[in-house]
Design a protein around this ligand. Structure first.
Ligand SMILES: Nc1ncnc2c1ncn2[C@@H]1O[C@H](COP(=O)(O)OP(=O)(O)OP(=O)(O)O)[C@@H](O)[C@H]1O
Ligand SMILES: O=C(O)c1ccc[n+]([C@@H]2O[C@H](COP(=O)([O-])O)[C@@H](O)[C@H]2O)c1
Length: 190
């Protein structure tokens, strides 16, 4: 059985918090790879920042560039519409029956699990792997495998604001993503 981690996200934009959590889980669980999977329409939040799907896809690709263990998974963007994880995982398991999937989430998403679409069914299909995130609890009645990682107090929301205000982005995002944001004037950046 191959062991594949999936880090689903809105990636608006992807940041070092995502890279660190993915790498920690890759190592802790000896995964074969982690796929970064930008969603099309997030099920539970509004897409802020007036950013196209293509920009989020491209930034995700730039964020993982150079790391052979990190891959881009475009199944949700190709499908379009609301990206319910149960639909995605059913499709992936059908295509790759010899793979065990580990879906990686931060503590804010652990708290939100009771509201995920068909969560009881989804729990039967995959293993959820949770990491801590400042301000959120990892307590949950669901069987989430918790991995100790450095806690990173950073979010895409804060980064969109920093970009808009001309505050430093250096070291908070991969260089390629910073360049893309500036070249394309995303989030009001100059
Ligand atoms: N700093 C962080 N620590 C732990 N988990 C994180 C962190 N940032 C993001 N995640 C997790 O990564 C996944 C994708 O997150 P997402 O792309 O929505 O980023 P975000 O920073 O939460 O975005 P936003 O601020 O726009 O809501 C989610 O499971 C989220 O919980
Ligand atoms: O399927 C659901 O109901 C569901 C509810 C909330 C979040 N998700 C997925 O969880 C991942 C992290 O979400 P987000 O919005 O924090 O980037 C992303 O792949 C979402 O599509 C999925």
């Amino acid at each position: 059985m191959r062991k594949v981690g999936i880090l689903g996200g809105t990636f608006n934009p992807p940041h070092v918090g995502h890279l660190i959590m993915a790498n920690e889980v890759l190592y802790a669980l000896k995964l074969d790879e982690v796929r970064f999977m930008p969603n099309a329409v997030p099920p539970h939040k509004k897409l802020d920042g007036n950013v196209s799907d293509e920009s989020r896809r491209r930034m995700t690709e730039l964020a993982i560039e150079g790391n052979d263990s990190f891959l881009l998974e475009t199944i949700e963007m190709n499908r379009s519409g609301t990206s319910y994880t149960i639909d995605t995982m059913r499709e992936l398991i059908h295509k790759e029956p010899d793979t065990s999937f580990y879906f990686i989430i931060g503590a804010d998403m652990i708290e939100y699990l009771p509201k995920w679409h068909e969560i009881d069914e989804l729990m039967k299909l995959i293993t959820f792997v949770g990491v801590k995130r400042p301000g959120y609890s990892t307590d949950t009645p669901y069987p989430v495998m918790l991995i100790e990682t450095p806690e990173i107090h950073l979010s895409s929301t804060v980064l969109r604001k920093k970009a808009a205000h001309g505050e430093p982005l250096l070291y908070l995002l991969p260089d390629g993503v910073i360049r893309y944001i500036k070249e394309n004037g995303l989030y009001g950046a100059e």
